[in-house]
Design a protein around this ligand. Sequence first.
Ligand SMILES: *Cc1c(COP(=O)(O)O)cnc(C)c1O
Length: 438
Amino acid sequence: MSEAKKRYDRILTLLTEHHALYQKVLPLIASENIPSPAVREALATDLGNRYAEGWPGERVYAGCAYIDAVEFACIDLAKKVFDAEFVDVRPISGVVANLVIYTAFAKPNDIMFGLSIPCGGHISMGRARFGGTAGAVRGLRVEYFPYDYDELTIDVDKTKERLRRLAVDGKKPTLAMFGGSVLPFPHPVKELAEAFHDVDAKINYDAAHVSGLIAGKTFQDPLREGADAVTLSTHKTLPGPQHGMVLSWERYADEIKRATFPGLVSNHHLHAMAGAALTLAETLEFGEAYAQQIIKNTKALGQALYTRGLKVLGEHRGFSESHILWVDIWEHGDGGKIEGELEAANIIVNRNLLPLDVRMGRHYTHPGGIRLGTQELTRLGMRESDMETIANFIKRVVIDKESTTQVKRDVTDFRKDFQQVHFCFENATQAYKYIKIR
Ligand SMILES: *Cc1c(COP(=O)(O)O)cnc(C)c1O
């Protein structure tokens, strides 16, 4: 066999092994999900090899007849699912969707409000010093939202006070970026919309994480609360392919379209766009039941972990109103160490900074917390009683420090019954089955 063929085979083996692994683990990363078999089919189509620059119906390439029809269907579904006046489905990811908004609504050196990373902000809203997209790429000056450490959300009164003080210094923000990557509770968009609009700032809500919950009507509804736009990823709680979108109002359509193309995309990953369209159709049918079960599962897992002695944040608020739990793990080992121990037991979570970690001298490689998400478990058909079982697995590793070999065996055994994707039209192909078309 040639050297090249050996390398080729090795890569394909790694891919199949990845699939075999995911049939056995508990996937608890809050930013991931498993798409339906129809979406995986779309991802393997020829659309991923085509270009369709421009707006559907006004492309600058030939051969787009079916692509245009799919994109119009995607736009139409997104408008319906999110009750949005205008939608651009071309941004290829959540970060690119945010850049579209930074381009449409702000210019370099403008001031933008956003959450700091320890308080749940995403690096795409970060300062230049940390390499954040807003600061380092678009040149925005990022002002942090004051955070309420007990309520685990943005502090309304302190934000208004900061806006007043900035105004006195002649420093008005042009953009407020709500939303984030650790978002157990809704953000006060409604409470702060007027204060930002009064200084002529626009409001964007980054729903990368919670777009599936917004679609399922179980979280806040930023467009009704005063947001000028919503950016999202299509693959976190919305269980689609990796892609992005911007939702907004007709009055901003021109700026957003121009920022997207020619500004930020040339090809826009048409196979993923088609997958997103299918995801939205499934969301229209199953989205509410799915989102409601996520919330029930999150609350059940939060309570079950808390009862077993783990410090889940937000206890007095019922731990979470989203798919996310934030757990202070410090007394059992730092987040990096715990992440590794859990992985050895086939429980996949990520280490995460806690709101006060940086002030306590902790760093993101060894933070005080872990973050858990229930959306993918919910897609696999798990319910509240399964969350009790999972809390036990986690306790055995984190608190009892039991041998991970034994826990791993039990996790793998438990996972055998959950191999199908739920909340979709057709699930004959198992969730993580490797599809060979060679
Ligand atoms: C994940 C995330 C993003 C980035 O999304 P991609 O689709 O990975 O580019 C942006 N904002 C927030 C708040 C996120 O959590």
